[in-house]
Design a binder for this molecule. Structure first.
Ligand code: CUA
Length: 331
């Protein structure tokens, strides 16, 4: 199990710092915050003082002071030095996170409406959970399969846009075991707020166990964990790959009382009369149809669902079998 040795950041405003990229950001953030707080108080106090002191008095004429060069130079040069210093801190941090260390493990991150998928050097893909080994350098190669998303891990203080047709990179070393979170930080459609993933930073042994287990049916599935069956595993994959954000919970075809962006899957398998396609022809919703629709979603488009494009998914055969078993079980 993961041992969260939670070295919670000293700052109540920020989540725990869990990677080497976090401390410089926190230092800069804290500095700016307290610098601003001090000046807010100082400027407000001075303002109030002057308001009272130089209140207009009947019969007294104001005597404006002229130019005071020394003061003008002082308040121009001092902030400039601070700003150049802050630029230096920001730029070194940016360069550090944009350059990968020697021997960094490369993980491909794909954003799609509406889930995050991670591809490991073994070629295995996992959606919804990013497993990392503690104290190992990583390089994320980020891309998008549809629209603009933004890959954001607050605990690492890192954020990088996922741009369609382009790769972006981010490098870091997780320094603390425990759980962190991926958010999408760029509005990308109706389920943008649900475009989340979990980050698990684990020990070398735990990580090895995870790498070995990829693409195989786990022993237990779901929350609370129950012994895994193909249907149960399929359900887990269905949820972690974000299928519910287009097909509704349990493939109900409903989200929040309205028609979901993707067709209803409950009761679909071998539905009498078949599934009506855009072409006006009906297709028999059997295993082959389900398989094709997962791997090549645009091969057959269901009538009334041509406005939303489903991204193609890549699964290993056991995973596909599990997903199909799950869809078959939906009534
Ligand atoms: Cu993806 Cu917001």
């Amino acid at each position: 199990m993961i041992q969260p040795n939670a070295p919670v950041s000293e700052n109540f405003q920020l989540p725990p710092a869990m990677a080497d990229s976090a401390p410089p950001v926190d230092t800069a953030y804290n500095f700016i915050f307290w610098f601003s707080a001090v000046f807010l108080v100082a400027v407000t106090a001075a303002m109030l003082y002057f308001v009272v002191k130089y209140k207009r008095v009947k019969g007294v004429k104001s005597e404006p002071t002229g130019h005071f060069n020394k003061l003008e130079i002082f308040w121009t040069v001092t902030p400039t030095i601070f700003i150049v210093g802050l630029f230096h801190v920001g730029f070194t941090g940016y360069i550090k996170n944009a350059t990968a260390s020697e021997g960094a493990t490369e993980i491909r991150v794909r954003g799609k409406k509406w889930s995050w998928e991670f591809e490991y050097p073994t070629g295995d893909r996992v959606a919804g959970v990013l497993h990392l080994e503690v104290n190992k350098p990583y390089k994320m190669i980020i891309s998008s399969e549809d629209v603009l998303h933004s890959f954001f891990i607050p605990e690492f203080r890192l954020k990088r846009d996922a741009v369609p047709g382009q790769y972006s990179f981010i490098s870091f070393t997780p320094t603390v075991t425990g759980e962190a979170h991926v958010f999408c930080a760029e509005y990308c459609g109706t389920s943008h707020s649900g475009m989340l993933a979990q980050v698990i930073v684990e020990s070398h042994e735990e990580h090895k166990k995870f790498i070995d287990s990829m693409g195989k049916m786990p022993e237990t599935c779901g929350t609370p964990p129950v012994p895994c069956s193909p249907e149960k595993w399929g359900e887990t994959l269905f949820v972690s790959n974000g299928c519910t954000s287009c097909h509704g919970m349990g493939g109900s075809g409903q989200i929040g009382g309205a028609k979901s962006p993707g067709p209803k899957l409950a009761g679909l398998f071998m539905k009498p009369g078949g599934e009506m396609l855009m072409t006006g022809q009906a297709v028999t919703p059997d295993e082959n149809y389900l398989r094709e629709s997962i791997l090549r979603p645009n091969a057959k488009i269901v009538q009334g669902y041509n406005t939303v494009v489903m991204p193609p998914f890549v699964f290993k055969d056991p995973q596909l079998d599990a997903l199909i078993a799950y869809i078959k079980s939906l009534k």
